[in-house]
Write a protein that binds this ligand. Sequence first.
Ligand code: ZN
Length: 437
Amino acid sequence: MESWNTPLPARLPVQPDRLKLYDTASQSVRHPGNLAEASLYVCGITPYDATHLGHANTYVTFDLLSRYWRACGLPVTYVQNVTDVDDPLLERATATGVDWRDLAAEQTELFRSDMEALNVLAPDHYVGATETVDWVVASVEALVANGTAYPVPGAGSEPDGDIYFSIDAAQEATHWTLGSVGRHSAEEMATVFPERGGDPDRPGKRHPLDPLLWRVARPGEPTWEGRSLGTGRPGWHIECSAIARRLLPAPFTVQGGGSDLRFPHHEFSAAHATAADGQPLAQAFVHAGMVGLDGEKMSKSLGNLVLVSRLRSQGVEPVAIRTALLSNHYRDDWDWTPELMTRSMDRVARWRRALELQEPGDGAALLAAAHRALSDDLDAPAALAQVDRWADEALARDDRNPAGLGPDGASGTQAADVDPSSPDVRAAVNGLLGLTL
Ligand code: ZN
């Protein structure tokens, strides 16, 4: 489907890629191992409710990663999906009396406009689940053929023939073991599986945590032609696995998403891919923390959402929202507060005042310092602290020298030894951090 439109920043003159990232699967901070290029898959929204700050935090995090790589001159291939047919979307459509396709189209459009406003670079491939059903069918057929997927007989109101992934068969056939990607304990996995769409009590499953790959047709539900699987619709985890394998290398560099996707989603997307071809899904699994409000995770079911679109319609500048998000480390869970918003607006205003006072060479120095900060597990708060430090110095220079005169009465700074191609502060901050001053 159509992506959004955020212009790519110019290549920035920075040090080579020395990025270290926290990989959930290996539980270590390390370089993800990519050499001449980078590839990124970030799980997209299920478009049944508008972008809240938790979503925005995740996509801004991985935007920072993509900007870091691009600044280093690495070609980046970025894929994001839209789960434009899934249980929560269908339930919401039924509850509100709206056609599920209209709801998905409308909410996807709102998401795109929020991303554009937040200066999030567009993915190279923005793919709807409904556009890739053929890829999913081929993947599920391959898993059935190699014995890691099986049909479940009908029981009660459930029809015959839903296809499930066999955890036990995959563990026997591959290096993947349950919990090796998301790194949850067996107890944690058993607790969150039913909370996140899993059906541990479905009769006929071989393992209670075996996830659904293909749901055969039910009356009133949208369905697609599934060849040997029969008509039906895709399970959630196989969707990302199939899209990533079609559009990215095996393994690709970074699988990204919110930390609530560690299990079951990333665990099983990775398992499906490995069961199909023996390769890991990705070289690193990177997870953004959760944004809360008053001590609770922001979620549709709790009704405590702060929507990006609502803040925008209240006149909050998107750059201030992005500043607020980046002032927290991506791996932390944190609470949104109105004070954070006010502080971030003040910070942006101060940076803009300092812009008037920048001197040649400021942009290059700030760019190098901010890039160094991001190399350390995308430490955005440290990168923003560098912008503050530069602003402090620029504003202090002005206090000392309000007329802009040098010590001998000559005007301005000697710029002879500054590379004319080096970025000014505005270009550096926009290009690397995505903050439009
Ligand atoms: Zn996904």
